[in-house]
Ligand binder design. Structure first.
Ligand SMILES: NC(=O)c1ccc[n+]([C@@H]2O[C@H](COP(=O)([O-])OP(=O)(O)OC[C@H]3O[C@@H](n4cnc5c(N)ncnc54)[C@H](O)[C@@H]3O)[C@@H](O)[C@H]2O)c1
Length: 378
């Protein structure tokens, strides 16, 4: 019987949004076994939740430092091998740092840290180790996004000339207009979230996706953010002009006050020979546009897809897969690397992707605060 990878989890308790996505995703390819962790800062809540999901209380700890200390006492054959960090943003850096220093592989939620300096520090530690570090830009796991990446790489749409990414949500709208609710959400508190709310939370998904599917690095940006109220220090909406070069340009539009929108993330890349469009709320369709032919709609699991896209669909065509499956593909990428089976570029978003994400957030805020000036990403 194959040995499953022993997984620890920090955050992601029963009260969280993203915890269940990681727990299900980690089990989908039969590669991981959840061993324990710290699901909640309150130890009793932590134990209660661990019991609910059937974990051994011996491997549930008061905090991440205790977890690392106790796990290191165990024989390597029993010790947790990979730790997923699913807490609010400000805890990612101290947790990831200590985990890397003590030779644990890491799967970290985005944004990777709260500052670029912290992300750089993680990079330095990571470079001195032989470990796997993934950042869960979840949407890169969709089969049709992977198909888009491979089609762009093989020149199907020709040289890129225009990019347009939109990530619209409306969930902050009722919160931003109510000052008491505003103080309750950690995403609007800089000490917990970092310097940005909307750009840090969802703009960073769009930025990562842009670099992921094009395989190119953004060189400059100009941003115009909206804070809505003078006493609110965190952006909830932004428009960011993007330049890869003088001749390749586009836009990232992100909003959490797009009233009534749910998770409307769209990616459109236009080249000289054609365009590719994808919508997160209809993730099983990839639209291929051209000047001459009728629009084609590509779907997962078919032979016409690339091998990378094909390994990212578990079921035959016509069986919709969604966000859990997309996250599962990222977990699978990490497992394939740990087990020495990784084949494709982009099987999971890397520490460098997390670092680029932090650079993007800081530069977007800098551009806005300096009077909407162009800034270089270097
Ligand atoms: N990849 C995605 O698409 C995606 C989607 C949602 C959230 N996220 C990211 O996931 C992270 C968590 O977001 P969320 O919406 O689930 O937050 P949340 O507030 O819903 O849940 C946070 C969880 O962390 C736990 N926690 C808090 N402090 C802790 C500590 N000291 N030790 C252990 N656990 C602790 C809480 O008890 C809770 O279970 C954020 O960084 C967020 O940006 C990513």
């Amino acid at each position: 019987m194959k040995n499953k990878i022993r997984l620890g989890i920090l955050g992601g308790g029963g009260d969280s949004l993203i915890g269940i996505v990681h727990r299900i995703a980690s089990s989908m390819h039969d590669s991981y076994e959840i061993i324990g962790g710290v699901f909640n800062p309150d130890y009793n809540e932590n134990l209660k939740f661990a019991e609910e999901i059937g974990l051994d209380k011996k491997r549930i700890y008061e905090d991440y430092e205790k977890m690392i200390e106790e796990e290191l006492k165990l024989d390597e054959s029993e010790r947790v091998q990979v730790v997923s960090i699913l807490t609010p943003n400000f805890l990612h850096y101290p947790m990831a740092k200590k985990l890397l220093e003590n030779n644990f592989n890491v799967i970290c939620e985005k944004p990777m840290t709260t500052t670029y300096a912290e992300a750089k520090d993680l990079e330095n530690i990571y470079k001195s180790k032989n470990l796997t570090f993934a950042v869960t830009y979840t949407y890169t796991g969709y089969p049709m996004i992977r198909q888009m990446k491979e089609m762009i790489k093989s020149g199907v749409i020709g040289d890129i000339q225009r990019v347009d990414l939109q990530y619209y949500q409306g969930w902050i709208n009722p919160i931003i207009h109510d000052s008491s609710k505003r103080s309750e959400t950690w995403r609007l508190q800089p000490e917990k979230s970092g310097i940005s709310c909307c750009i840090g939370d969802i703009g960073t998904h769009a930025f990562d996706m842009l670099e992921y599917v094009t395989g190119m690095e953004v060189k400059e940006l100009l941003s115009d953010l909206n804070y809505v109220y003078d006493d609110n220090t965190m952006d909830v909406d932004g428009t960011i002009l993007i330049r890869f070069s003088d001749k390749i340009k586009g836009v990232i539009r992100a909003s959490q006050i797009a009233t009534g929108e749910e998770n409307n993330f769209t990616v459109a890349i236009y080249g000289k020979k054609g365009g590719l469009k994808w919508e997160q709320q209809n993730p099983n369709y990839l639209y291929h546009l051209s000047d001459t032919d009728p629009m084609k709609v590509l779907k997962p699991g078919h032979d016409y897809n690339s091998n990378f896209s094909k390994i990212s669909a578990k079921l035959p065509p016509g069986h919709p897969e969604g966000m859990f499956d997309s996250m599962a593909n990222i977990y699978n990428g990490v497992a394939r690397e740990i087990n020495g089976n990784k084949e494709f570029d982009g099987e999971y978003p890397t520490l460098n992707d997390g670092l680029r994400g932090m650079l993007f957030i800081e530069k977007a805020v800098e551009s806005h605060k300096n009077g909407n000036k162009w800034v270089k990403l270097n």
